[in-house]
Design a protein around this ligand. Structure first.
Ligand code: CTP
Ligand code: MG
Length: 225
């Protein structure tokens, strides 16, 4: 299934605490954003890679990314959702669109293909893994509820959609002033079913400093470290 992908890369990496965009940190001498982008650049079904970035990061992004006609830059927003929305304005040449965090370099070609196919068929498909820990709700650090684990999924990206569905969901969110932490939450609220495609625990988001150790272990396992 042919698709376009938006890779939001306009964050500041506050939780990483590096003092600059964490996507410039290197894994095995390659910047995180380059590793992520290359998975898509190597996929012939990926027709366009839309990259929302902050103006002050743009030159550095251009320097470290492979030269490719597939890459187009968009304006980064103050929130991830706004970055994706700005990217969406440059999309529309394929009927399927993926959104994938720049900070998830360990995405597999197999997952991408499964998600794109499912989105083409059903309209919305997201990568996820079953929750391993017991999850409880608490108020003022007193437990109020234990949530039945067998129904819980940890949601990742890529999140894949029919382009028309994602555009409609973003328009509705904008109209209602809704700010979500992922694209699927915008699609859920317009009543469109979102399908889960089981993925891999390797598909971590590089968020805090200890994630760099996990990333090194995953690289080693994959034979790249
Ligand atoms: N992102 C973005 N625009 C924003 C905020 C985030 O494009 N305004 C991107 C990040 O660059 C990252 C992805 O969305 O690739 C997931 O966000 P997150 O892991 O939260 O990254 P940061 O926002 O950079 O980190 P933090 O929240 O710790 O500041
Ligand atoms: Mg963030």
């Amino acid at each position: 299934t042919d698709y376009e992908v938006i890779i939001p890369a306009a964050g500041s990496g506050k939780r990483m605490g590096a003092g600059f965009n964490k996507l410039f940190l290197e894994l095995n001498k390659r910047p995180v954003i380059a590793v992520t982008a290359e998975v898509f650049l190597a996929d012939p079904s990926c027709k366009k890679l839309i990259l929302p970035v902050q103006p002050h990061d743009r030159e550095e992004m251009k320097r470290i990314l492979p030269r490719s006609e597939k890459i187009v830059f968009a304006r980064g927003g103050s929130e991830r959702q706004y970055s994706v929305r700005n990217g969406l304005e440059l999309a529309g040449s394929c009927s399927v669109i993926l959104v994938h965090d720049g900070a998830r370099p360990f995405i597999s070609a197999g997952s991408i293909a499964a998600l794109a196919a499912m989105a083409g068929e059903k309209g919305a498909a997201i990568a996820a893994v079953p929750v391993k820990d017991t999850i409880k709700r608490a108020k003022d650090q007193i437990v109020t509820e234990t949530i039945e684990r067998s129904s819980l999924w940890q949601i990742q990206t890529p999140q894949a959609f029919r382009t028309s569905v994602l555009k409609k969901a973003h328009e509705a969110a904008e109209r209602d002033g809704f700010l979500g932490t992922d694209e699927a939450s915008l699609v859920e609220r317009i009543g469109h079913p979102v399908h889960i495609v089981p993925g891999s625990y390797d598909n971590i988001k590089i968020t805090t400093p200890e994630d760099l150790y996990f990333a090194e272990a995953i690289l080693k396992k994959q034979g790249g470290g």
